[in-house]
Design a protein around this ligand. Sequence first.
Ligand SMILES: *[C@@H]1O[C@H](CO)[C@@H](O)[C@H](O)[C@H]1NC(C)=O
Ligand SMILES: *[C@@H]1O[C@H](CO)[C@@H](O)[C@H](O)[C@H]1NC(C)=O
Ligand SMILES: *[C@@H]1O[C@H](CO)[C@@H](O)[C@H](O)[C@H]1NC(C)=O
Ligand SMILES: *[C@@H]1O[C@H](CO)[C@@H](O)[C@H](O)[C@H]1NC(C)=O
Length: 196
Amino acid sequence: MATTHLCFLLTLLLASIFVSNHPVRCDDDDLHRGINRYRASLNLPALVENDNAECLADEIAEKFKNQPCTNTTGSNTISGSEPQFADFPNLLAKCHLNVSNTRDGTIMPACVPNRVADLVLTNFTKSQYSGKLNDTKYTGIGIGTEDDWVVVILTTSTAEGSFASAVASKNTPTLVSQIGLFSQLLFLMLSSVLLL
Ligand SMILES: *[C@@H]1O[C@H](CO)[C@@H](O)[C@H](O)[C@H]1NC(C)=O
Ligand SMILES: *[C@@H]1O[C@H](CO)[C@@H](O)[C@H](O)[C@H]1NC(C)=O
Ligand SMILES: *[C@@H]1O[C@H](CO)[C@@H](O)[C@H](O)[C@H]1NC(C)=O
Ligand SMILES: *[C@@H]1O[C@H](CO)[C@@H](O)[C@H](O)[C@H]1NC(C)=O
């Protein structure tokens, strides 16, 4: 009987670890708030989170991940000289995007060792990127991080930069995190019951 319980518990434990293994978004939120404070200081409206842009930002950060920070990477790059990825169309497709609704957006990679929060923020607000962040045409934002890399994508409210889903599957990430939370709760409840 005890072994059955143990097995069951272990399976649940593994399941809850597996399901809840998605990246923590805390420092992304900090940067989002920091950028909105910067916009507020210029009397510009806040940027609203855009899930598809966030998805693409994560994919691009993943591509940059293994490149070290140098004075020619990230916000030090001259506009337009960012590395271009051969598989960019695949990244778009992964995020249910299509070049026809992303071309007006802006992709801004930055590299900051250990992603020190203050430096990350100033790499956007006090670099050439500030000229994008202070632009009224941008209304949405997606942030992706991976190792030392932070990728910020700005979206517009026009069709050409809306980052609207080409396919209706927007709710998938929410569902996954709900399952994650649910399985963790279930695990907690069951382990306390079994320990009694
Ligand atoms: C980048 O760093 C290298 C060596 O550290 C230096 O020689 C070069 O001038 C720097 N370039 C810029 C644009 O700052
Ligand atoms: C992108 O979307 C437009 C309009 O919805 C469509 O005509 C075009 O075929 C799509 N392109 C790709 C590569 O999916
Ligand atoms: C951007 O981050 C780098 C660290 O990679 C730092 O040396 C630099 O001062 C930062 N630039 C700005 C404008 O904050
Ligand atoms: C936005 O920032 C750029 C570069 O820092 C500056 O040249 C421009 O005047 C600013 N525009 C507004 C509306 O603040």
